[in-house]
Design a protein around this ligand. Structure first.
Ligand SMILES: [Zn+2]
Ligand SMILES: [Zn+2]
Length: 268
């Protein structure tokens, strides 16, 4: 319970004098520092982007996007790409919001490894923005952020996926699925996927999760910050389906769209 409360910790607020100053200064774009007009800010201390910087982000084209694994495809409306046909894929569908590249990669790494928790309201809002004028979320009734193992949670101090889920939901209001943070638990500490070659990533996640029977007959949407090979999300989906979830989809902020040469050929 203590860990759960800690994982919900709100990003550190600005010192009081800065908060006061922020009331006087006009809000600026986090990226280009242009003055923002209107009520763009979700919270006075949260960073946000102007419309030009927003448009320049590597948004995933939802038509040219593999429905199952979330990668770019050459042809529109592909239900499965070549890689999904070759792999055992447990997720029913995947929706990626941005390509895990350049600035998106920088932000996510800053959030996860450099303690920049104040980026989470911005990233949660970007997730929500991609659902403007879309009814894609309606089929899901439960939202579950991918949990961290307690040892990693202690080290990092927060679960980045939970922070994203919190701000995603806050931006969507009543349109968001119900957030459940205790239905899925990470019971085995695994090595970070980024440290492993592709072949080892696929077995690294075996039996990493456990879930409760409450998931039965629910349409569950998993949320994670990044998807590379998809082995973490697939392992979580397998666990939920074995416990009786009727469908499991994934929503990821950053999707690695192309495997590097080293991923495919780790000994090269
Ligand atoms: Zn800007
Ligand atoms: Zn695919």
């Amino acid at each position: 319970m203590k860990e759960f409360v800690k994982s919900l910790r709100h990003p550190s607020p600005l010192p009081r004098c800065f908060q006061w100053l922020r009331q006087l200064l006009p809000p600026l774009c986090w990226q280009c520092k242009k003055v923002l007009g209107g009520r763009t800010f979700l919270e006075p201390s949260s960073p946000f982007l102007c419309s030009n910087c927003l448009l320049e982000l590597p948004w995933t084209d939802q038509d040219y996007h593999c429905r199952q694994c979330g990668k770019h495809t050459a042809e529109p409306n592909r239900l499965r790409c070549q890689e999904c046909i070759e792999d055992i894929w447990e997720l029913d569908e995947t929706r990626s919001v941005l390509a895990y590249d350049d600035i998106v990669r920088h932000w996510i790494l800053q959030l996860k490894f450099y303690g920049k928790e104040h980026l989470s309201p911005l990233l949660g809002r970007l997730l929500a923005l991609s659902f403007q004028n879309s009814n894609w979320l309606e089929k899901y009734d439960i939202l579950i952020p991918i949990p961290l193992h307690s040892s990693r949670l202690r080290k990092r101090g927060f679960n980045q996926s939970l922070l994203l889920a919190y701000y995603f939901k806050k931006n969507l209001g009543k349109f968001a699925p119900e957030l459940q943070t205790h239905w899925l638990r990470r019971i085995r500490a695994t090595r970070p996927q980024t440290e492993l070659p592709l072949a080892e990533r696929l077995v690294n996640m075996d039996d990493a999760f456990e879930t409760s029977l409450e998931v039965q007959n629910h349409q569950i949407l998993l949320l994670d910050d990044v998807m590379t090979t998809g082995s973490t999300l697939n392992a979580a989906a397998r666990c939920l389906k074995e416990a009786g979830a009727s469908s499991v989809g994934a929503l990821v902020l950053g999707r690695k769209m192309w495997d590097s040469f080293e991923d495919r050929f780790p000994d090269a």
